[in-house]
Ligand binder design. Sequence first.
Ligand code: MN
Ligand code: MN
Length: 464
Amino acid sequence: MSDLFYKNENGWKTNKTSKDEIFAFCDGYKDFLNCAKTEREFAALAEKTAKENGFVSLWETKSLKPGDRVYAVNRGKGIMLAVIGTQPLHRGINLIGAHIDSPRLDLKPMPLYEDSEMAFFKTHYYGGIKKYQWVAIPLALHGVIVRKTGEKVSINIGEDENDPVFCISDLLVHLAQEQMTKNAKEVVEGEALNLIVGGRPLEGEEKDAVKANVLKLLADKYGVEEEDFLSAELEIVPAGKARDMGFDRSMILAYGHDDRVCAYPSMMAVLDYEGTPEYTLCCIVTDKEEIGSVGATGMASHYLENTVAELYACTADYCELAVRRCLRNSRMLSSDVSAGYDPNFASAFEKKNSAFLGRGICFNKFTGSRGKSGSNDANPEFMASLRKIMDDAGVAFQTAELGRVDLGGGGTIAYLCAKYGMNVIDSGIPVLSMHAPYEVISKVDLYEGYRGYCAFLQGAKPVE
Ligand code: MN
Ligand code: MN
């Protein structure tokens, strides 16, 4: 092969790290994933882990000096972690951003009803899902119910092996002749995603006795009544743990890789950093990406800008212009999953510009749909600096775009941060079956992602 050809090899072959080290990092990820299936659970566990690693709350800090480690939680659904550098903040920060919400089914505000002596919860799906994938699988219920007094009740049912699980029924194949001819979008309709939660009537109750029994159980265990659902946020996710996949255990099958498989190594790259960096390094994990990054906990809010302003005020006399310069001069990896090339659906991809499982962290210069609509298109000057950082650190990386042109597309949080004028590029771990109840990633890609994020945080500098 000509020396001029670009060679892109399998990460398992080029990796200098032992298989045991890669697997050990992935075990940490699986443990985290099993305890953090929702954005609230991720943010809470990240805060706990940050504290254990010497990070203190930014809201309890008045001044910061190089080497200081701080975190800031955003309404329990996002968190920013930072290690202060020796360079003044207006020279910009080395920032990694990921999202910690995943597609799922949310409960409607008034969810509980009885039909045909069974009790159900009505749901409203969150994010882009194939609805037919969410029936006839074990489901768990996670979230909070907030009483009128402000007291919060945490719910997590279906993960412990002694817990019950829940399920949405599907039509038996014997009677599915009509259903099987339907368009996939209509095979299971949104209003049919009703979760079965009970089947035993309450003794002595005449009307809606099964619903009454469910309410009695909830009252006994959690001290809540039906009206308390009005101030609840309950999410239905696939029940069960992340599992090794394949004879060689080279992959992980789990719910919610998108985007925890990027959020976890991004966070760990900051937590594991020791010493004092040149430029302030920072990881932000955010909510609501799957529905357009909207709301106070989504990336479209002013949370990043406000928190950077708070950081600035702790390091120097506050100056709005300096905060703007900080954001403008920053370097960011928008750390989100890529569509892994799937030979079973080869026609959806263009092979030369696809992300392959096992070839390491993937950079997406641009995303978007049709003529790159909705894209963040990163500058080649920035990409060149990243090639050098990755090559110097021996990180396996690849580049891709999201599938075949004209077929679909998607976006991330990149364009929202690019608003400030900072250099941003999408980078992340390739995933198979993205947004399905169970998604697949390769362990070597996760590990190379972690190494790539570490190299970026330590090595990135301002790029014009
Ligand atoms: Mn994502
Ligand atoms: Mn997604």
